[in-house]
Write a protein that binds this ligand. Structure first.
Ligand code: HEM
Ligand code: NAG
Ligand code: NAG
Ligand code: NAG
Length: 543
């Protein structure tokens, strides 16, 4: 066959090798993405994708928007490919509820992503493929520790709980700081101060301490643009296309560096806790000895309850008391227990700061809304005492404003990626075990059918004709996930946003420098950010 011979001489050996490799790779990609679908079920539909890169270009800069558009065409359960990895994308409240709540066990997994391994040396409870008994035990631990140091009441304070106490202290500092900035500069970027205040609240609960607004060490790990969110967002390309991990100076390098800094920052605090924890134990023993001698019974009972200063202490105590093995079903290493505090700290400042920061953006762009919130605060609380958690039910307009901020910004557009823990059938679609699943909260919160005019910012939509919050509608705003992986800090997050806003707005009015425009274009990531705005101004409210 002369023609074949001609072809072979024409191609060099390397070219031939390249052709064969390409062919095999293409074949492998097709094979890898094809699954044996059981009879009666369908594979989720989706658009045609490029070989090797899949739908990366379709996702673009704003995956939450492009996937919402795709869901119009393909429905609430659709499938795309990122690199060669198939990903199921869920939209729509009913479908997402079906998956995460009714079939919660099937969808509670997390994919084994490259970026997850870079967080807390791969020890994270949140960003970790484990969804078995060890994860469940750690999650319970996080919930209990959090409860004791946030919504429980502090016996030594007049505040209704630790959280209220911490927030009112930080809000007070913040108001003074803002006034000082106004006097000195005349305008400022509120995010950079807000984030320290919010970090201080979670620091107080986790580590029993706070930091100054100019502390460079804290600033270097909390004053972020979106270095963390960019990499942990749904659809970060390097998670799916390994070659991208080796680009010099990519966002991955910044991310690794940041994680190292956070890790050593917290490691230092934990070491300090171990050191002083033992000391307190020793003191307690002395007190016990003392009490045996009949010297001080009351001091003894105080010391044995009061030496757990914060969440870190309570986790250390858990390890030392072996309280964890009561059920003996899982054994957690000490590392796995104490590192839970990393998850809480990490999840506790960026989310809440982003929420309050978006709120401020909506306030300055909707001065009428800000005035209504302040009128409500004046009527219900007045200026002579500070707002408390117990005021929340009497402040429906503020509540409606917070709900509308959550809905309209949808600043966590997708939950953290999920994965299936077994082969499953969702609404007639076959989804095999281990499939990566993106859950679009943004889509629910902007669903035309649910909201009518999703793009308008209108707190009033949550108020009934009698002026109370429409409970049924408010539960359709989904920002904390649903089901087994639902946010552990939801109550704290909601309370904290409420307290900060009530305390700030009672005292000060926000605006931007005349002639300056604010840019509210969301920047994609695990949390959506807005561009920093240097032109905020505050004015103390005249009484
Ligand atoms: C407004 C504030 C907050 C919002 C909107 C928010 C939202 C979320 C979302 C969407 C998830 C992922 C759910 C999923 O993967 O399905 C999550 C997980 C989580 N959140 Fe929050 N969160 C907030 C505040 C907090 C706070 C204050 C804490 C702790 C102090 C916290 C701790 C966690 C933890 C530990 C997880 C991981 C749960 C797991 O993987 O099992 N969050 N949050
Ligand atoms: C905080 O971050 C912003 C945005 O990255 C930056 O412009 C600003 O200088 C930072 N401020 C401090 C005090 O680190
Ligand atoms: C990477 O970026 C940092 C600052 O962004 C710079 O200092 C450094 O030189 C860069 N390194 C390389 C290899 O380009
Ligand atoms: C032991 O397990 C049962 C059932 O899983 C649970 O109800 C109980 O609270 C657990 N006990 C402890 C101390 O965790």
């Amino acid at each position: 066959m002369p023609s074949l011979y001609g072809l072979l001489t024409f191609l060099s050996a390397t070219e031939l090798l390249l052709a064969i490799t390409t062919f095999c790779l293409g074949f492998w990609v097709v094979r890898a993405t094809r699954t044996n679908v059981p009879k009666g079920l369908k594979t989720p539909p989706g658009p045609w994708g490029w070989p090797l890169i899949g739908h990366i270009l379709t996702l673009g800069k704003n995956p939450h928007l492009s996937l919402a558009t795709l869901s119009k065409q393909y429905g609430d359960v659709l499938q795309i490919r990122i690199g060669s990895t198939p990903v199921v994308v869920l939209s729509g409240l009913d479908t997402i509820r079906q998956a995460l709540v009714r079939q919660g066990d099937d969808f509670k997994g997390r994919p084994d992503l490259y970026s997850f391994n870079l967080i807390i040396n791969g020890q994270s409870m949140t960003f970790n493929p484990d969804s078995g008994p060890v994860w469940a035990a750690r999650r319970r631990l996080a919930q209990n520790a959090l409860k004791s140091f946030s919504i429980a009441s502090d016996p030594d304070s007049s505040s209704s709980c630790y959280l209220e106490e911490h927030v009112s202290k930080e809000a007070e500092y913040l108001i003074i700081k803002f006034q000082k900035l106004m006097a000195e500069v005349g305008h400022f970027d509120p995010y950079r101060y807000l984030v320290v205040s919010v970090a201080n609240v979670i620091c107080a609960m986790c580590f029993g301490r706070r930091y100054d607004h100019d502390n460079q060490e804290l600033l270097s790990i909390v004053n972020l643009s979106n270095e963390f969110g960019e990499v942990t967002a749904s659809g970060f390309p390097a998670d799916f296309i390994p070659v991208l991990r080796y680009l010099p100076n990519s966002s991955l390098d910044v991310f690794k560096d940041l994680n190292k800094k956070v890790y050593s920052f917290m490691q230092k605090l934990i070491k300090e806790h171990y050191r002083t924890f033992e000391k307190v134990e020793a003191v307690e023993e002395q007190v016990v000895v003392g009490s045996r001698l009949g010297l001080c019974l009351t001091l003894c009972s105080f010391a044995s309850q009061g030496h757990i200063r914060d969440i870190t202490d309570s986790l250390i105590e858990h390890c030392q008391d072996k309280k964890l093995d009561e059920n003996a079903s899982v054994q957690l290493s000490e590392d796995k227990v104490v590192s839970v505090v990393f998850d809480l700290f990490g999840a506790g400042f960026d989310t809440v700061t982003t929420a309050i920061s978006w709120s401020l953006m909506y306030l300055v762009t909707n001065p009428r809304v800000q005035r209504k919130i302040q009128e409500e605060l004046d009527t219900v609380i007045g200026r002579n005492r500070r707002p408390r958690l117990s005021d929340r039910p009497q402040l429906p307009y503020l509540e409606a404003f917070i709900l509308e901020t959550f809905r309209h910004s949808s600043f966590i557009p997708f939950t953290i990626p999920h994965s299936t823990t077994r082969d499953t059938n969702l609404c007639g679609f076959y989804i095999p075990k281990g499939r990566c699943v993106f859950v679009s909260q943004w889509h629910i919160n902007h669903d035309q059918e649910l909201w009518g005019d999703p793009n308008n910012f209108r707190p009033e939509r949550f108020l009934t004709s009698s002026g109370t919050v429409d409970k049924v509608l408010s539960e359709k705003v989904i920002l904390f996930g649903l089901g087994k992986r639902k946010c552990v800090g939801e109550t704290i997050g909601r309370w904290e946003v409420f307290l900060f806003l009530a305390m700030l707005l009672q005292q000060i009015e926000f605006s931007v420098s005349p002639g300056e425009k604010v840019d509210m274009t969301p920047i994609y990531g695990l949390t959506l950010k807005h561009a920093r705005c240097e032109h905020f101004q505050v004015q103390m409210r005249s009484s």
